[in-house]
Design a protein. Sequence first.
Length: 226
Amino acid sequence: MKRVLIPILPIIITSQLFAIVGFGLQLGESIFSVEENSPINSEFVQLTNGAFNDADTYGGYIYLDMLPVVDLEVDFSGQAKTYEIQFTNNAGTMDPLDFGWASTNLYITVRKKIFGLNIPFLAKAKLFAGGGYNTHASTPLASEEMITDLLDGDIENGDVSNLAANLKDYLSDNYITSSGIHLQGGLQFKLLMLDSFLFYRHVFVKDVIPDAKGFGSLNLRLGMGF
């Protein structure tokens, strides 16, 4: 019996505690909607950004569960979605540009257990809630100011032959940075050293989702806790 217990004793002891430190992968879906918009719509010039909505997110996380009252976690993710840009002026029509909206995101969160359950020597679960600070870098949508700059100030008659390539480079090189706050709540489940989370987060921030003051996301984490 001792020969059986001794090798698994560290695992049993570890499973009795919610992990002091954990890390792993995070997958999710951001919930938002961006309508088709026309920053320019005159007799001689039209610029249209296509609609897009909801984006898959991929990233990772790490957390510390050694503070007296709360837990501290950091997670990072990226998300992207494609949409079409169209532009027409007196000189011609730009070939439709399939472009990608994208953002990178960093979240720092303090969370607290609301309610907990456990199966001795095997598994634990807890309901938690929290909030924190976040930062983002996202691509802008095409605008009148951008197009005017790329056409050397002549938006009505400028040559559109190279506009698609130039616009793609411009949008890729001119990320918008922003920061905000967020609230989140969900469930953590731990089986021995295997760790998982399912939670909803709402982010209050401007300039990430065009013309929106925030967005929601549903997230799943899979990792290890020690």
